[in-house]
Design a protein around this ligand. Sequence first.
Ligand SMILES: CC(C)=CCC/C(C)=C/CC/C(C)=C/CC/C(C)=C/[C@@H]1[C@@H](COP(=O)(O)OP(=O)(O)O)[C@]1(C)CC/C=C(\C)CC/C=C(\C)CCC=C(C)C
Length: 477
Amino acid sequence: MLSTARAASSPGCGHRPLSDAPRRALVFVPGGGGRLAAAGSGVHGPRPHSLVARAAGSSNPAGCLEAAVPWSGIRRPAPPIVDDAPLSSPPAVSSEERVRQLVLKQAALAAAAAARPPRTSRLAGRGDAGALDAAFDRCGAVCKEYAKTFYLATQLMTPERRRAIWAIYVWCRRTDELVDGPNAAHTSALALDRWESRLEDVFAGRPYDMLDAALADAVAAFPAVDVRPFQDMIEGMRMDLARSRYATFDDLYLYCYRVAGTVGLMTVPIMGVSPDSGAELGTVYAGALALGVANQLTNILRDVGEDARRGRIYLPQDELAIAGISEADIFAGRVTNAWRSFMKGQIARARSYFRQAEQGAAELNQESRWPVRQTYTHDILQSPHKTKPKFRDMLRLKCNFFCTGLGISASIPADPGRDRGQRLRQLHQESLRSQGQEAGGAAQGLPQITEEASFFAEPSSLNSFRERSLGRPVWYN
Ligand SMILES: CC(C)=CCC/C(C)=C/CC/C(C)=C/CC/C(C)=C/[C@@H]1[C@@H](COP(=O)(O)OP(=O)(O)O)[C@]1(C)CC/C=C(\C)CC/C=C(\C)CCC=C(C)C
């Protein structure tokens, strides 16, 4: 989400009251495509005007993409054209349905690519292996710096897979930093256009710097990785430049797909599906999409207060209106019964996406499951109506923690692997002890999202990534 500097200069951040809206409780409809319904009525409130703002301009259209050392190297044939209508066209069907269709196409493309022989033309084969190794090492170092537990978990993967995942992680983080990092105020729509054409060059085997070169090598090694989710993530960043309100959940869903669901589509072809899986590839992809959406929704609920302080509200306006919550209430951080009940519905919705994600995660290659589960943030979603952990919850947490441990050993096929698994588990514990609040939720001391907490949590404790990136050398140039 957007940085303070950008949000402050971003138009469309006015505080528009919704106070004349009817007050109604919203309940989550399981299996209802993420829908919340007004209790006792199938009727939704009026759809408020969309407060779409124009894209923020910048005196520095180059943004922060200029400083890298050019790289010449591998060629990858142009990626297959995906003939989906652009997701920005007026919706005849819901965004959720259009994204679902796109995900199924991605799964079909991946299946077709997997049937082709592996590509051989790689940078590594051209005498650049040392430089390429250094590029991947750098990606690993960035990943370790920003997401240590996840980085440790990737040690379970084959070297080729983990290098590719690191390269994708770094590309995603660079992309996010364009609108959310210390230099975000300099990111214009033009800078994002240039970032996108640079992405196309990466997929065409013309990387611009060493981090791009790692990605170019990764996508050459895993031809089922398609450019579309990468382009869609950039589109998500464009949404962040252009708007600060979301009229409906369907609008917000599109944003969540673009900035987070895309991560799943980028990475499933690398992680691979278990040979024992009987599931359709589409189910696995749908789970991957759901995990990104679930994590992003959780992120949004975690950051309501922080975003509001930047004039931004990533909550469906029609649902706020039905709940009788005004923008003024949000900007003032008013915790009313209406707010609690609203949050209860939002938490239930996020949880439902986590449940769907698990159906896909269970089908992945065993060595990929733990790394994936390290990215779940569901532990910070408190059960509704509980602000203090009860004995039952503590027991459940302990069980979760124990099961994570079992997951690790179960993913180790042979004795040497078992030793490696034990060592990894030990490293994981050490890293948790030393970091205090790395990924993984309640058991590891993350701030909890209750129906009210997101207003009051200290911003500085909420976002370790962003905090850690400030005041450091800007590695993503
Ligand atoms: C195991 C594996 C392959 C993990 C993927 C790791 C990866 C490539 C992560 C990239 C994450 C990233 C940097 C995304 C950029 C956009 C962004 C920042 C999205 C938000 C992440 C949270 O970051 P943060 O707390 O820093 O947020 P702030 O911007 O600072 O506010 C997101 C919430 C998205 C995270 C989404 C995922 C990690 C999705 C993971 C999905 C999979 C790995 C698919 C799993 C497959 C199945 C079948 C379930």
